[in-house]
Design a binder for this molecule. Structure first.
Ligand code: SF4
Ligand code: SF4
Length: 183
């Protein structure tokens, strides 16, 4: 009679843990699809920001700028671009955005140095500063944005559109919440 040993060791199943791309690659090494997927969709970058610049003249006031000089401070407002869908937090004209809104900042791997224009919670900025992606990021929630909205990290329910206000009155709309970050 043959006997089988119930306790004989079975073949060990070894699973290799795959590290997520944002932990193994630099921003510059990512593919286009990986880069795009990092955007959390918070839409904080669609808010109007203002820089208090001592050299501002009547001519340059409220005009777009591409730099911040040393000592200048950027303030966020709760005024959002008129093309933003403030419920989904998505651009309603994504493909034409740079034509329709010339100062729409499109962050790419080529202009990564402009990341300072992004809020502290922006995933690109977080990764550039070595802070990783936050626990509420859609990539950690099967692509869903609900954790981000619940954490209060998106603009949903907090903004007014720029075609509903006079930009000259921007000081009435300066807010601190876009600077908030968690994790
Ligand atoms: S702030 Fe950064 S992560 Fe958030 S929507 Fe804009 S680009 Fe994407
Ligand atoms: S054009 Fe679209 S992506 Fe650009 S600021 Fe406006 S809503 Fe945001």
């Amino acid at each position: 009679m043959s006997k089988k040993n119930k306790h004989s060791p079975s073949k060990a199943k070894t699973k290799t843990k795959v590290e997520p791309f944002w932990q193994t690659k630099t921003l510059a090494q990512m593919t286009r699809a990986e880069w795009e997927s990092l955007c959390d969709g918070c839409a904080k970058c669609c808010l109007h920001k203002f820089i208090d610049d001592e050299n501002t003249t009547d001519e340059t006031e409220l005009k777009p700028t591409t730099h911040i000089a040393q000592g200048e401070q950027m303030s966020y407002s709760n005024i959002a671009c008129h093309l933003l869908n403030d419920k989904s937090c998505q651009c309603s004209k994504y493909e034409q955005r740079t034509e329709l809104v010339p100062d729409c900042v499109q962050l790419t791997q080529e202009n990564l140095d402009d990341v300072f224009f992004m809020p502290p919670s922006c995933t690109y900025r977080r990764l550039k500063e070595g802070r990783g992606i936050p626990s509420w990021h859609p990539l950690l929630h099967h692509g869903k944005k609900s954790a981000m909205h619940q954490a209060g990290m998106s603009v949903r329910g907090k903004v007014i559109k720029d075609n509903d206000v006079e930009l000259e009155d921007f000081e009435d709309y300066i807010v601190l919440w876009p600077l908030h970050d968690i994790d």
